[in-house]
Design a protein around this ligand. Structure first.
Ligand code: ATP
Length: 438
């Protein structure tokens, strides 16, 4: 059945403006049916919009019978407009309800949904992801994604405030930047190409012309690992700066995370009942632990780790590490070719750091190699073909400055800032090894 036309009808209030103070005023509300209950002569409907819910109470005698009957027959998720009068009502959660005199049903839901709009939890994440369009209407996710939006805005404003220029770099590339294994291959006209794993080399080059740059954009990782913290397509907040080293970059990452946390905390403060678990920033700043010390602590706690090993979540949990902290001075060996070896950790270490939240890696950063000969040597040691990077290496003939930077995974940051357990719930339409739709 064709739906009613919008015509010239326009919303006059959001749900937040249907309050006891507006008693007796006219209102046109629009949204989606979240629930309907009928008891013969009276029908209750909840209409959910951007801000929250509006109670619509259609009682025989106080609204036209046709309107009441139409409301009683509606399915949840139908999109509607209700015109009527606001009435203060202590029974309604918002303190007011709308008594309708007209209803328009723009699009009637065609089937019964796999879960209710008001469901706080739905057991199977795949059931939700298959119907992501309506899953995203559920309040818990609305809060995560609105907080995400606030965080992105705060991070942008913070970086602009520090004098960074926002840049965009190509996502279709001809060679790997983070090592060969995790690339997606694509067709580029008659040639093979890849989706970018990170903007690393471009952002480094851009420090030659803009000094302080950042980019917020997708990164693509062909991750075979099926975990609650890996996506195939993630959003990275990438920051790079000339004439600084990794200690400055840690300071910078700490300020970005502080700005992000502040935005999440303000969101949670303004939305009581959001359920977001926003963590505190450590008093006295984010602690900076040397990799060697973390290895010792994990070993003392019974984890089988040696200097040179990666630090798996289980080892970090054993070491009892919680909240935000940095692990710095990682072994150089496994680090990408552009990470500067040496530094305070010794000749086998590197000027590098990871920003952690408990056992979750949020960000990694480093001082970068700024000399061509050293960079080429690192590439050869890693078995890379220097010829593939001719353009990038060419930059080093024209005064590459000392520089450092970091990349923060936005979804992982949001997991930390909201208490979201599965990274898929920090991405609107997550991509993983098993999921390329919706
Ligand atoms: P991990 O060891 O956890 O797989 P990584 O060492 O591959 O991560 P980097 O290449 O250092 O990660 O990327 C920088 C940041 O980008 C990470 O700290 C993380 O926040 C984010 N990131 C990287 N890969 C992914 C992914 N597959 N899914 C979500 N976020 C990611």
């Amino acid at each position: 059945m064709a739906g009613d036309e919008l015509g010239s009808l326009r919303r006059t209030r959001y749900s937040a403006d249907v309050s006891a103070g507006a008693d007796g005023e006219r209102a046109v509300v629009m949204g989606w049916v979240a629930s309907v209950r009928g008891h013969g002569a009276i029908s209750f409907m909840t209409v959910r919009d951007r801000d929250g819910d509006v109670q619509v109470v259609a009682k025989a005698g106080s609204c036209p019978d046709g309107v009441r009957e139409r409301i009683a027959g509606l399915k949840v998720h139908s999109s509607v407009a209700v015109s009527g009068t606001v009435r203060a009502s202590p029974r309604s959660p918002s303190g007011a309800e709308v008594v309708p005199d007209e209803i328009r049903v723009f699009s009637e839901a065609a089937r019964t949904p796999p879960f209710e709009p008001a469901a706080v939890t739905v057991k199977n994440i795949d059931t939700r992801l298959e119907a992501r369009h309506i899953d995203l209407r559920r309040r818990p996710l609305q809060h995560v994604f609105r907080a995400r939006s606030a965080v992105l805005r705060a991070v942008r404003e913070h970086l602009y405030g520090e004098g960074f220029t926002e840049v965009s770099t190509p996502k279709m590339i001809s060679s790997a930047t983070e090592g060969g294994a995790a690339l997606f291959s694509i067709f580029y006209y008659d040639r093979g190409a890849f989706l970018a794993q990170s903007p690393q080399l471009y952002k480094e080059q851009l420090t030659m012309s803009f000094e302080k740059v950042f980019e917020i954009a997708p990164i693509f990782r062909a991750e075979p690992s099926r975990t609650a913290r890996h996506l195939s397509e993630a959003i990275s907040i990438d920051v790079e700066e000339a004439f600084v080293d990794y200690a400055d970059a840690m300071d910078g990452a700490e300020r970005v995370v502080g700005a992000a946390r502040g935005a999440a905390a303000r969101y949670a403060g303004a939305n009581a009942g959001s359920g977001l678990a926003v963590p505190e920033m450590p008093a006295g700043g984010i602690p900076r632990r040397a990799y060697g010390d973390v290895v010792d602590a994990a070993r003392d706690a019974g984890a089988g780790v040696e200097w040179g090993d990666d630090l798996h979540p289980s080892a970090l949990r054993k070491a009892g590490l919680e909240g935000f902290y940095f692990i710095k001075d990682w072994p150089a060996g496994p680090k990408p070719f552009y990470v500067k070896p040496g530094g305070p950790g010794g000749p086998r270490a590197s000027e590098s750091f990871d920003l952690m939240f408990g056992d979750l890696e949020i960000s990694s950063g480093s001082t970068r190699i700024s000399g061509r000969a050293e960079l080429e040597e690192r590439m050869r040691n890693k078995g890379m073909d220097v010829g593939d990077f001719a353009h990038h290496l060419g930059a080093f003939d024209y005064g590459v400055p000392p520089h450092a930077g970091f990349g923060i995974g936005l979804e992982r940051l949001m997991m930390a800032l909201t208490g979201t357990a599965n990274i898929r719930d920090a991405s609107f339409y997550p991509r993983d090894a098993d999921r390329l739709a919706p």
